[in-house]
Design a protein around this ligand. Structure first.
Ligand code: UD1
Length: 336
């Protein structure tokens, strides 16, 4: 069976993808520098699948450290998650984000090509669309100027891949994620936000658990169903499976173009108040929240048109918002 290298394989989406790959019979090699996760995630993965992935503690900014991984293993494809992802921090520390997210990508691509590995899946984001002019958002929607250095690293990352596929053997798929949430049903792996969560769901679960006093709902004057902003929340287990489909497409050479992009979402938009209601139902708790002003840089509404992923990748999200929120709550209850 093929061996897949997963960078950032101990992170939130990475760990769920490692599980999905192992369940399909792939051998997995992980690179992770533990900058935003814990080594114990490796035990969680092993407990779920019964198979310990090979793990290297490597920082992708060090190119010389990457080469031995490709010498030691016959890597059929790479799924590249390793990156910094805090929007606010990226505004404070732009150079850190450009260095971390772009140097790593360039190093990885160089080592891949030097070792005749030409298949890469890239973690992109719906953030590249900004506030799209039409909903649901298709892959042909124009790319809008990035709201943050983090968002810009995703746009530039896609451009680096596109330019490289034009002149080398490289084949790339960028998956543009909408809002990933939830945890594996075993609750042996999940999201591990450091410090005060910036994203909605970890803040909701921490508030329900009494770690945070109150959730602030950022704005109720948006032109949406109830005035709160709308997003497409996708269960991380569904999202992980999209990566397996994408890597299969590359390995079996089914691509139409050397660089392809796919939206990965559910296709359904939910407002913040709808999420709160669904969470209260799924967790059988009452959430303490108040409406405050809008958060700078937030858009009104984003949800995916998933037709391309459905038809071309043969992938579809199956798990509901309620299931995702219930798993996020189970996971929260397990944390100390
Ligand atoms: C954010 C990032 C996006 C990134 C994504 C995944 C911004 C502007 N965008 O998306 O680039 O790809 O995370 O990590 O940060 N909300 C509240 N109260 C809270 C937290 C959030 O009301 O305490 C609201 C937000 O205003 C938004 C929704 O919940 O309407 C979702 O927020 P969040 O989880 O941060 O995701 P995005 O902002 O969509």
């Amino acid at each position: 069976m093929h061996t897949i290298l997963v960078t950032g394989g101990l992170g939130f989406i990475g760990s769920h993808t490692v599980v999905a790959l192992q369940e399909q019979g792939y051998e997995v090699v992980i690179i992770d520098n533990l900058s935003n996760t814990r080594l114990s995630v490796l035990d969680g993965i092993t407990a779920i699948t019964g198979k310990k992935p090979i793990y290297y503690n490597i920082d992708l900014k060090e190119k010389v450290a990457i080469t031995p991984v490709f010498k030691n293993h016959q890597i059929a494809g790479v799924i590249h998650f390793a990156a910094s992802k805090a929007v606010g921090e990226s505004v404070e520390k732009p150079l850190l984000y450009y260095q971390n997210n772009l140097t790593s990508l360039v190093n990885l691509l160089q080592v891949m090509l030097e070792n005749n590995c030409s298949n890469i899946i890239f973690s992109s984001s719906c953030t590249v669309y900004g506030q799209a002019d039409a909903l649901p958002i298709t892959e042909t929607a124009p790319i809008k100027p990035a709201e943050s250095p983090y968002g810009n690293t995703k746009q530039i990352g896609e451009e680096i891949l596109f330019d490289t596929t034009k002149v080398t053997a490289l084949k790339a798929i960028a998956l543009r994620y909408f809002n990933p949430i939830g945890a594996h049903k075993s609750v042996l792996i999940g999201e591990l936000p450091l410090g005060v969560p910036q994203n909605l769901i970890p803040f909701v679960t921490q508030t329900a658990a009494g770690i945070r006093a109150e959730l602030s709902v950022f704005g109720d004057d948006y032109p949406t169903i109830d005035g709160t902003a709308v997003r497409d929340y996708i269960h991380v287990v569904d999202l992980a499976k999209a990566h397996v489909k994408a890597v299969e497409r590359l390995i079996t050479k089914k691509q139409n173009d050397a660089f392809e992009v796919f939206n990965v979402g559910t296709g359904k938009g939910s407002s913040v108040l709808e999420v709160i209601k669904a969470f209260e139902k799924a967790s059988n708790t009452k959430l303490n929240y108040k409406i405050v002003g809008r958060r700078a840089g937030d858009i009104t509404s984003a949800y995916a048109d998933t037709t391309k992923a459905n038809k071309v990748l043969g992938w579809k999200a199956h798990l509901s918002l309620e299931e995702a929120l219930a798993s996020a709550w189970e996971w929260q209850l397990k944390q100390e």
